[in-house]
Write a protein that binds this ligand. Structure first.
Ligand code: ZN
Length: 203
């Protein structure tokens, strides 16, 4: 399986990193080796001094598809979850300056935290999902799917032009503002519409 991620999909997050607003979705991929095994901690890698959390809604693909028309995108998933796209911001900034590929900052081992999923039927409105991340019991990130620049169905249609979607593939849909550094001892908890989706210790 693969993990497809969308960058800069919330304008408040684009502003906080002083990035340019993209004209089309920014897409990158994490390998399956980036996933943190169930009930494991996130261990800060030796190569970075600045790991940031990015909490994101995650769509789980349940049908093979390519060149999916946006009006049919909803047939390709029935679960939405919450995860963290861990980012080595110091490495990312160096690679960005040189115009080099960003995988070392985004796709390293344990950079992908996947929490629980909710069936789509249990969600009242896909375009109005509230989610938040607490760090040491304080809310650090809160978002709503209505603020995505590209909505879930648009993302599925867009990425399927380039990549065949397969059963079990995950799509990380971008992070709202509030990204910040994690340090050893931090405790993270993620929520969708107030329902707890994951908890994670930073070591
Ligand atoms: Zn992200």
């Amino acid at each position: 399986m693969k993990i497809i991620c969308i960058g800069r999909n919330y304008s408040d997050h684009i502003k906080e990193l002083s990035n340019e607003r993209p004209k089309e979705p920014i897409v990158f991929i994490k390998p399956d080796s980036s996933i943190i095994a169930k009930n494991q901690n996130f261990i800060i890698p030796e190569f970075s001094d600045e790991i940031h959390h990015e909490v994101e809604l995650v769509v789980k693909i349940n049908k093979v598809g390519k060149y999916i028309d946006e009006s049919f995108s909803n047939n390709y998933y029935n679960q939405i979850g919450l995860g963290i796209d861990f980012t080595a911001r110091d490495i990312q900034n160096k690679l960005k300056d040189k115009g080099h590929p960003r995988e070392k900052s985004k796709a390293f081992d344990n950079s992908c935290m996947v929490g629980d999923f909710i069936n789509v039927e249990e969600i009242e409105n896909i375009s109005n999902i509230n989610f938040e991340l607490k760090k040491n019991s304080s809310i650090v990130q809160s978002g709503n799917s209505s603020n995505m620049l590209w909505k879930i169905d648009e993302i599925i249609s867009y990425v399927s032009q380039y990549f065949t979607l397969k059963i079990g593939d995950l799509i990380f849909t971008g992070t709202p503002s509030g990204v910040s550094q994690v340090i050893s001892g931090d405790f993270l908890e993620g929520f969708i519409n107030s329902k707890k989706m994951f908890s994670l210790k930073i070591k």
